[in-house]
Design a protein around this ligand. Structure first.
Ligand SMILES: C[S@@+](CC[C@H](N)C(=O)[O-])C[C@H]1O[C@@H](n2cnc3c(N)ncnc32)[C@H](O)[C@@H]1O
Length: 410
């Protein structure tokens, strides 16, 4: 075996930035685009660019292909590692955040923990001068490589620094010499999600200090963040794309406009729900003709009662985020299901009922129940050709099954 030419990830990345590395990654990309499988593709690349160089070039091409659906045309120019791609936010959302943070000004912004530079790029494209800080040398090299590849290097200074120390030294509304900041703490360690904000890097204490001292700030936090953590005067926003939460943000006092915001992005359209103060819970009532599942951004932001008021709907249970009303809704904030049957949850009775209605295949949804949807869907399979959605939940405290949208003709 020839010796491995790279002593570490940094040396590998620096080689990938050379003309030789760029050509090798492009060749690997072409092989992947032709549909080459791993072993034969890698064997061909080894023969062409040398055994030690083929692996890193192949890996970069693979990561670029994985990034392409979200990063678009940029993906083919970006330098990525598996880690940095996993940690990267969506560029379209980074651009939206950058626009709000900059609010038309083109001042200086500190990106505290830049990783591969998704936020740095969005801020620089928004016209800001960015101080991109990371304590990880690979992250700094990635950001430097990426801003250079995208023609943004003259707007970005990449700095070795500790965000904890920089924030501790923040004063006069500035941090690291900048009048605005973005912070996206690492919320994974050893491949595992860190649920406790005190274990993020930088930890919650740094998040709180930054929000306190630098008003023009946005911090990305875990979507599961407890509302009690959000300091007074700070806006918390939950963003969903295609029905799943993709990010949660805390806006500093210089950018906060409201108490909570739910943002829904679907097919490129953005819709928002806001409340200047806690709107309180929605009223509770019996199950009616339609069941509505609110978008997770409305649920996480505590704004389900606004959706309920809009629909004239009530909750099926005070602890469960399912709404019910007399009519269907085309609101983007809910998915609606026609309720055909409501029965106390009992597997045997549910099976019998589905059989009578000719339903042999169901989709199972659940909220407030320990059942495992795929297992229950399998258990409910029957000979009938019809379909339905079975919702297992609590209604006024009782485990209940709602059989919805029965289509016996399917
Ligand atoms: C979640 S990533 C940032 C992702 C980036 N915003 C993006 O969308 O690509 C967090 C980054 O913060 C860096 N980091 C963590 N703790 C740090 C600290 N105390 N000082 C500086 N950088 C830190 C990590 O090395 C990592 O690159």
């Amino acid at each position: 075996m020839p010796p491995e030419p790279f002593s570490d990830a940094l040396a590998q990345l620096r080689w990938l930035r050379t003309a030789e590395g760029t050509a090798a990654a492009a060749r690997a990309g072409a092989l992947l685009a032709e549909g080459a499988d791993l072993l034969p593709g890698l064997a061909r690349l080894r023969a062409e660019v040398g055994p030690g160089h083929a692996g890193p070039a192949w890996e970069l091409a693979r990561l670029r292909a994985r990034a392409r659906p979200v990063f678009g045309a940029d993906a083919d120019r970006l330098f990525l590692t598996a880690d940095s791609l996993e940690q990267a936010g969506r560029p379209a959302l980074a651009a939206r955040r950058a626009a709000r943070l900059l609010a038309g000004s083109t001042g200086s912004v500190a990106d505290l923990g830049c990783a591969a530079g998704t936020d740095t790029i969005a801020l620089a494209r928004g016209g800001a001068h960015v101080t991109a800080v990371d304590r990880d040398p690979v992250a700094r090299e990635l950001t430097a490589a990426n801003v250079a590849a995208l023609g943004l290097a003259d707007r970005v200074r990449v700095v070795d620094g500790d965000a904890v120390e920089l924030v501790a030294a923040a004063a006069g509304g500035t941090v690291a010499g900048c009048a605005a900041a973005t912070l996206d703490p690492a919320r994974r360690a050893g491949g595992r999600r860190q649920l406790d904000p005190d274990r993020w890097s930088p930890p919650w204490s740094t998040v709180a200090t930054l929000l306190e001292r630098v008003p023009t700030t946005v911090v990305k936090v875990a979507p599961g963040l407890d509302h009690d953590r959000v300091p007074a005067g700070i806006e918390a926003e939950w963003v969903s794309v295609g029905g799943s939460i993709v990010e949660a943000l805390l806006w500093g006092r210089g950018r906060a406009e409201t108490w909570r915001r739910a943002t829904l992005v679907r097919d490129g359209e953005v819709r928002e729900l806001t409340a200047g103060a806690d709107p309180g819970p929605a009223p509770v009532g019996p199950v009616r003709a339609w069941l509505h599942e609110p978008d997770p951004a409305a649920i996480r932001s505590g704004l389900v009662s606004l959706v309920a008021a809009d629909l004239g709907a009530t909750l099926v249970d005070p602890t469960i985020a399912y709404l019910t009303s007399d009519s269907a809704s085309d609101s983007p904030w809910v998915s609606s299901y026609r309720v055909d049957e409501v029965l106390p949850f009992n597997l045997k009775k549910l099976k019998a009922l589905l059989r009578v209605r000719g339903v042999g295949r169901v989709t199972v949804k659940k909220r407030g129940s320990a059942i495992e949807p795929e297992t229950l869907a399998r258990q409910l399979r029957g000979p009938g050709g019809g379909t339905a959605t079975v919702v297992v939940t609590r209604v006024a405290g009782a485990p209940t099954a709602l059989v919805c949208g029965v289509d016996s003709s399917a």
